[in-house]
Design a binder for this molecule. Sequence first.
Ligand SMILES: [Zn+2]
Length: 266
Amino acid sequence: MAQEVRDRGIVLGTVDYGESDRIVTLLTRDHGKVGAFARGARASRRRFAGALLPFTVLEVRLVSRRGELFGLSSCTIEESFPGLRESLEAISLAGYAAELCRELCKEREPHPELFERLRAYLAALAAGEAGEAQRMAFELGAVADAGLMPRLDACARCGAGVSQARACFDPVAGGLLCARCEPFASGQRVRLGPAALELLREAQSAVFELGDRAPGVRLAVREPVPGEPRVEARREARQAVRRYLRHVLGKELRSLEVLRQVGLEG
Ligand SMILES: [Zn+2]
């Protein structure tokens, strides 16, 4: 008899299959990103009763099947974040975060900290408490969870200290480059002033309050005071993150176009 496992998972997306079934992509806590075959999910509304909407946190029972997909035998909703669906910005950022997780993870490679991070970020978005600082903290945390953290404390090529007035961030090299290594920088490099570098370092060291099963998990990230003269710094830091993600993913995320349409991406 096929073995059943229990886990928790966040719905990253679904595709219809045939006339009555659906395939759900889940970021599970203990089994990583998995595809699960939800038999009858389209034909019967009661079968999974609204549980398979994107961004819903579920308790799931999964059954191993032949091939890559699990079977989804049952699920219950743990959190559905109704607040996400009340804001175009929030739902656009949720879609972006889900796509980022989907692209960063290989199938069935567990990243429990990424599961908790995504859940915390979705909770913050749903509560209207996630701005640009939280987004950047999520992005840099997610790449770190996937083992792809950019180096911002020293030169990514030789380990020396970085002392230029305008630091050189090279996505291809994997982080900052010192003055001696700068001539080796790729065409993807971004110049970062001290304020932009500080923003990135703050985002990278942001503390996520993870592992708490109570609803309302939050990201402990300081959002810059409105009106702080950091517009240029934010633009530089955003460009560095955008280019870094494009480099490590090998492509641009499709949801960036949605973010552009709602004015959240330059
Ligand atoms: Zn160097």
